[in-house]
Design a protein around this ligand. Structure first.
Ligand code: KIV
Length: 272
């Protein structure tokens, strides 16, 4: 009898495409460190996004703008070390692709080389077309991101639902087609009406992953800290909480403090 473990096969962009074709939903969550990525991988997640939301949930910034490429590479390489099956996608952060397509290519290459990730994500439509095409020439898969694009928060001024107006909805549909045409393997749609998201998912052949975009898309993504109940103050309508880690962790830490203060921890069995 062989003692060899069965080989774990990496999720590929082709498999994601096939999942869309057979109507199998794609699961995606964010992670930014080794320990949590290991848990997501163990649970069987399809895609791990090392989002620039790390700027908010890991570093405590108000927006995603301050995080650097070096920061993202650090988070990404920690995640990659934990993962054998999930596809790992990394956000190119604000300021590292907007100048021109050469800068975008340089950033994508640094991410791939220094973190070992499998794909990059960028926000925007027609305006990032050249960068997407340039990055693809180096063989790096690109995921798009339309709708609420947090890197442009100061242009929009608020985090309200996007593309409710006909003109913005039409531009979003056009942008989705452009991103498909120029070679993106998938698109994230954030906080837009469910009807529009469903229409986009139907009109393009690449998988559409929604966050606050309803159920008629090809998969869902959430920020892990939000769905686990760590970021309790963040309560958008689209968010479903699957755990209350705020309460669980606070209770455990309070219990530990009590045991340390009382001398109950460590006991005889917990020492050498
Ligand atoms: O940075 C991030 O976490 C994201 C998701 C919200 C899609 O881009």
């Amino acid at each position: 009898m062989s003692s060899q473990k069965p080989e774990i096969k990496r999720v590929t962009t082709h498999q994601l495409q096939a999942m869309k074709q057979r109507g199998e939903k794609i699961s995606m969550l964010t992670a930014y460190d080794y320990s949590m990525a290991r848990l997501l991988e163990g649970a069987g997640i399809d895609i791990i996004l090392v989002g620039d939301s790390a700027s908010n949930v890991m570093a405590g910034h108000e927006t995603t703008l301050p995080i650097t490429l070096d920061n993202m590479i650090y988070h990404a390489s920690s995640v990659v070390r934990a993962v054998k099956r999930a596809l790992v996608v990394i956000d190119i952060p604000f300021g590292y692709y907007q100048s021109d397509s050469s800068e975008a290519l340089r950033s994508a290459i640094r991410i791939m080389k220094e973190s070992g990730a499998h794909a990059v994500k960028m926000e925007g439509g027609n305006e990032i077309r050249d960068s997407v095409e340039r990055i693809l020439t180096a063989g790096v898969p690109v995921m798009g991101h339309l709708g609420l694009t947090p890197q442009s928060i100061y242009k929009f001024g608020t985090y309200v639902v996007r593309a409710r107006e006909e003109r913005e909805a039409k531009k979003l549909l056009d942008d989705a087609r452009i991103l498909e045409e120029c070679g993106c393997f998938s698109i994230v749609l954030e906080k837009i009406p469910a009807d529009l998201a469903g229409k986009v998912a139907k009109s393009i052949s690449i998988p559409v992953i929604g966050i606050g975009a309803g159920g008629r898309v090809d998969g869902q993504v959430l920020v892990m800290q939000d769905m686990l109940g760590i970021t309790k103050e963040f309560k958008p309508r689209f968010l479903r909480r699957y755990a209350d880690l705020d309460q669980i962790v606070t209770e455990a830490v309070s219990h530990y403090i009590k045991d340390v203060k009382s001398g109950d921890f460590p006991n005889e069995k917990e020492q050498y």
